[in-house]
Unconditional design. Structure first.
Ligand SMILES: C[S@@+](CC[C@H](N)C(=O)[O-])C[C@H]1O[C@@H](n2cnc3c(N)ncnc32)[C@H](O)[C@@H]1O
Length: 227
């Protein structure tokens, strides 16, 4: 759960860097739980990646679910959020207990590389603020970072693209349609399940996909992204 100071920081960053922060408030606890549905494994060591941890509310949930040999990589582009995450790793007792297995990368996820792929990826990126081509390339990059059968969980606020499109310029509408198309392509190939989280401000869909390159999901009724 976010502390008062972290709420304040999030609000400041929303105003200062709206484009990359993309939300007024940190994710609520139900959204955090839905996003971390596939983090816990069956006892084998797992490598978990969280993209866009912000002040660390989803990270709290990930840490709760980490097994004794799991590792967690956090990649965050905003320097103030990175400072807050480092502070939590140093001073928050629950975070301290896993600190030797947590790495914080201060860079855009597009620049993250790894020599060992990740088993579970949780992304909190505000895709609706990005150009469609950037969303496509980030998703391709995440797939490249993923182990076979790895999951990717990410959210989108319900109805936001549709609402924005009502008042958008033609160019902006084209961008939003492009994002819908990119997400539809991803879900058509890899959808695993979708959770509806109404108890969040704003309510959100959580999409879970599985990068099963050798065993495509036999999912004929895949969920569609929110338009
Ligand atoms: C909607 S906020 C989510 C914060 C937090 N995980 C939560 O759920 O409340 C999006 C986060 O993604 C980060 N971010 C945006 N673009 C990014 C990028 N290209 N690479 C890494 N992090 C990015 C922002 O700085 C911000 O922390």
């Amino acid at each position: 759960m976010a502390s008062r100071a972290n709420y304040r920081l999030f609000w400041q960053e929303f105003r200062r860097t709206f484009h990359s922060t993309g939300a007024v408030l940190p994710s609520g606890s139900r959204l955090c739980r839905a996003l971390t549905r596939y983090v816990a494994g069956d006892g084998l060591p797992r490598r978990v990646l969280e993209v866009g941890p912000g002040t660390g509310v989803v990270t709290d949930q990930i840490i709760l679910q980490m097994g004794a040999r799991d590792t967690l990589d956090l990649v965050e582009v905003n320097d103030r959020f990175v400072a807050a995450l480092r502070d939590r790793l140093e001073h928050d007792p629950r975070w301290q207990s896993v600190a030797d297995r947590v790495a914080i990368h201060h860079l855009p996820v597009e620049q993250l590389s790894t020599d060992r792929p990740f088993d579970a990826i949780v992304s909190c990126l505000p895709f609706n603020n990005f150009p469609a081509e950037l969303v496509r390339s980030i998703l391709a990059h995440l797939e490249g970072l993923a182990a076979e059968d790895a999951t990717l969980s990410f959210f989108e606020y319900i109805g936001v693209r549709k609402a924005k499109a009502l008042v958008a310029s033609r160019e902006e509408r084209r961008r939003l349609e492009g994002i819908t198309q990119v997400l539809a392509d991803l879900l058509r190939q890899h959808a695993l399940r979708r959770d509806c989280v109404l108890a969040n401000i704003p309510p959100a869909w959580v999409h879970h996909v599985k990068f099963a390159t050798q065993h495509p999901t036999p999912n004929t009724q895949h969920p569609t992204p929110d338009t």
